[in-house]
Design a protein around this ligand. Structure first.
Ligand code: NAD
Ligand code: DAU
Length: 350
């Protein structure tokens, strides 16, 4: 199997690449990433020299490049994670999200379709990694199932919903073998510190305000990133072609409660007085179009394929805080933007 993983230098992609490279030494794994602000090869230093791994720098929006790459490499499967992923950025620059998330996905689908047309036994599947945000927002009750109608509200979720529709359309129209998963909020090591949890870990560490949008009443369903990676592995290998799976941690928290828990964990770890970090909480202007509540019903994944998360939120958050406290260089490189030089130094001369 020669598998192309896109967006493998990002947060979730790097955990998926690591899992596949280590678990399947007989697979060749190519990691295609354009190294935007969110891509960082320092996420993959432990596996970068493995014989079954190769990094490919490139832009999924560049149709000619993608077509040439697929023709040259003749991939057997694609796991597609590359995307613009931050809702707040999508509010200030929606077009960037249309380009990467919609056009980029269609470019990959076209290239995969050509390989499938050439040899339907050789090209096995196109796995599209998507989000629960496509389903819109819930009230106080209910959960998203695979049958919930799409109702995206942010430019980010609208672009991901559009990409999901294109993936299904390529299955229905051209017979392309596809699988889609829609996952809830991830957290864990290597999470870019513009997102709620790593932003607050960094700010607590530096005694800076913790910006909570609105009243902090919005609810998210948090999943440890390594559990998302094992779910992707399970779905990639076991799911019926053409199917969709929801992935979630059955772990709903209001934002304010997440941050209070984080404050308590970090009071202890930083030897601060109990309650010291909570004083940093600052309520700020709400996000435009802020979805009230997400909750994933992941019972199809559990019942069909036997996947369940491996850690509780408290365990995962504890591991995550430790990772950030022990990886100060990673954090300061990311917050200062220095990490872009890592690519130039390590790869450009090869
Ligand atoms: P991320 O922003 O951390 O990483 C995205 C990666 O894609 C980066 O390495 C970036 O360099 C790369 N990329 C962006 N544009 C590219 C382009 N034009 N060409 C090639 N590479 C490009 O994102 P993430 O949080 O790891 O999310 C990965 C995927 O999972 C996304 O598709 C996202 O929608 C989905 N998802 C994320 C979450 C979450 O909580 N973070 C939850 C559910 C689904
Ligand atoms: O649900 C899955 C989605 O989760 C993924 O598809 C997205 O790629 C990922 O970024 C994430 O989206 P969210 O918008 O839920 O994540 P974020 O960390 O930006 O925000 C989490 C919650 O915290 C949300 O309700 C907004 C709030 N928030 C966020 C930030 C950055 C704050 O209150 N303050 C902040 O500073």
């Amino acid at each position: 199997m020669k598998v192309l993983i896109t967006g493998g230098a990002g947060f979730i992609g790097s955990h998926v690449v690591r899992l596949f490279v280590n678990k399947y030494p007989n697979y060749t794994i190519h990691n295609l990433d354009n190294l935007t602000y969110a891509g960082n090869l320092a996420n993959l230093t432990d596996i970068e020299k493995k014989p079954n791994y190769k990094f490919v720098k490139g832009d999924i929006v560049d149709a000619a490049f993608i077509s040439e790459l697929f023709t040259k490499e003749n991939y057997n499967a694609v796991v597609h994670l590359a995307a613009e992923s931050h809702v707040d950025r999508s509010i200030t620059n929606p077009l960037e999200f249309v380009m990467t998330n919609v056009i980029g996905t269609v470019n990959l689908l076209n290239a995969a379709k050509e390989l499938y047309k050439k040899d339907a036994t050789s090209f096995k599947k196109f796995y599209h990694v998507s989000t629960d945000e496509v389903y819109g927002a819930l009230g106080d009750t209910g959960m998203f199932t695979e049958e919930t109608s799409y109702d995206p509200h942010s430019p980010y979720s609208a672009s991901k919903a559009s990409s999901d529709h294109f993936v299904r359309a390529y299955h229905d129209t051209y017979g392309l073998p596809i699988v889609i998963s829609n996952c809830s909020n991830n957290y864990g090591p290597n999470h870019f510190p513009e997102k709620l949890i790593p932003l607050c870990i960094n700010n607590i560490k530096n005694n800076k305000p913790l910006p909570i949008y609105g009243k902090g009443e919005n609810v998210r369903d948090w999943l440890f990133v390594e559990d998302h990676a094992t779910a992707i592995d399970t779905i990639f290998h076991k799911a019926k072609l053409g199917s969709t799976y929801n992935i979630g941690g059955h772990n709903e928290w209001t934002n304010i409660d997440v941050i209070r828990l984080l404050c308590r964990i970090m009071d202890k770890k930083l030897n601060r007085e109990t309650g010291a970090n909570e004083k940093l909480i600052t309520f700020v202007k709400d996000r435009a179009g802020h979805d009230l509540r997400y909750a994933i019903d992941a019972s199809k994944l559990k019942n069909d394929l036997g996947w369940v998360p491996s850690v509780t939120f408290e365990q995962g958050l504890d591991l995550t805080v430790d990772w950030y406290l022990h990886n100060e260089e990673w954090l300061s490189n990311v917050t200062s933007g220095n990490y872009t030089h890592y690519y130039e130094e390590q790869y450009a001369k090869r």
